[in-house]
Design a protein around this ligand. Structure first.
Ligand code: PLP
Length: 394
């Protein structure tokens, strides 16, 4: 059956993805099933989205209940789910204000606008610059692409937005050298995801924060992939106690419904986007906010962070074991349940295809990294099962 579906899909869908040749049908817990009934252990979570796994009864019930009440009403009005979701984001982050978007990319767009507006209010003029990192990934719209440090993605779409300077990730001197009297913000991922799974160093993050305070710049932390518990902290920056001025969220914040957010700290909340400066039709509608609200409840109820810390440590140990055992595995990077293994001398795409044959869903990061971003509910047994399937695929 699946070949027929794939052919049909390719007939009509713009080919911007080289997809794996699988047609998924449904999921249950940490397992996925394709249309032929084959079972897969999932260590990709729909790219770090499905933190609670698939078919979570309490989660899906909350969505069904909301669908029966109201899915959309526009941002010209208030809804109870919007109020509840916002309260939970603010409580979990300790920040001041949230704006809900439909995606990570849009959260980045909002963050960039908030930063420019902050500087505009401060200086009484526009034309400010933003410092972004090499090998970063922030999204595909023109603004988000402008701060994405990947020439391959950028070149055909130039000119991008002006005033973006790139610095080396985890290299404070490089960031310093890019600061001018026009700089308004520094944007980085607390753990670089797509770029190959590189966690920020504590010294770098604290150094960047100090530079931001010294020069009155806004620190924008992109927590779209590494946030929502993946490192064992609700937001990865909380491990270091370095609060951003603006944080972006998406992916797991809705566990499968399209929702993102940018969250402002005191400085940015008090003096950046005002009524009329920004908007979205769908963003933060009652349907997605019911999901966000339930996600925060379930994280607490199911002690997701505890599981990430315990099982994440075990995952780290098992991955380190693999790197020791196989010569073509160069290095493990990451923390908790956002991990990568750099591969040398073997195409990672081929390894992934073997994994899929063996019933394991894994994805890549960058051009030569195996990425492990499983649902945050995995057990040690799931880790063992994954390692067994992975070794078979080698
Ligand atoms: C996925 C991702 C984005 C873009 O999010 P979309 O929802 O795909 O628009 C931005 N930043 C990071 C770090 C991401 O991982």
């Amino acid at each position: 059956m699946s070949n027929l579906y794939i052919e049909k899909a390719e007939e009509n869908i713009l080919h911007t993805y080289n997809r794996y040749q699988i047609v998924f049908d449904h999921g249950e817990g940490v397992h996925l099933y394709d249309v032929d009934g084959k079972e897969y252990l999932d260590f990709a979570a729909g790219i770090a989205v499905q933190s609670l796994g698939y078919g979570h009864k309490e989660y899906t019930q909350a969505l069904k209940d909301q669908i029966d009440k109201l899915t959309h009403i526009s941002n010209l009005f208030y809804t109870v789910p919007m109020m509840e979701a916002a309260e939970k984001v603010i409580k979990a982050s300790g920040m001041e204000k949230v704006f809900f978007t439909n995606s990570g990319t849009e959260a980045i767009e909002g963050a960039l606008k908030a930063a420019r507006k902050y500087a505009y209010e401060r200086d009484g003029e526009a034309n400010h610059e933003i410092i972004a990192m090499e090998h970063s990934f922030h999204g595909r719209s023109l603004g988000a692409l402008s701060v994405t440090g990947n020439e391959k993605y950028q070149i055909p779409f130039r000119p991008l937005i002006p005033g973006i300077r790139f610095a080396k990730y985890n290299d404070l001197e490089s960031v310093k050298s890019q600061i001018t009297d026009k700089t308004c913000a520094i944007i980085l991922e607390t753990v670089q995801g797509e770029g190959g799974v590189y966690p920020v160093t504590e010294a770098f993050l604290k150094g960047v924060k100090a530079l931001c305070e010294e020069h009155d710049l806004l620190l924008i932390l992109d927590e779209i992939q590494c946030g929502m518990g993946r490192t064992g902290y609700m937001f990865a920056w909380q491990e270091y106690g370095v609060e951003p001025d603006i944080m972006t969220c998406a992916k797991a914040i809705g566990c499968g419904v399209p929702v993102g957010a940018f969250v402002l700290g005191k400085k940015a909340a008090e003096s950046s986007l005002k009524a009329g400066d920004h908007g979205t039709t769908y963003g933060g509608n009652p349907f997605v906010c019911a999901a966000v609200s339930k996600v925060f409840d379930l994280y607490e109820k199911e002690k997701i962070l505890d599981n990430v810390r315990a099982v994440g440590a075990y995952l780290t140990e098992r991955l380190d074991g693999l790197v020791e055992k196989y010569d073509f595995l160069k290095e493990r990077r990451g923390k908790g349940m956002i991990q990568g293994i750099e591969v040398e001398g073997r195409p990672v795409g081929e390894i992934i295809n073997r994994c899929l044959e063996n019933g394991l869903v894994l994805i890549t990061a960058g051009s030569n990294v195996l990425r492990f971003v499983p649902p945050l509910i995995i057990t040690k047994e799931d880790v063992d099962c994954m390692v067994e399937k992975l070794e078979r695929s080698f």
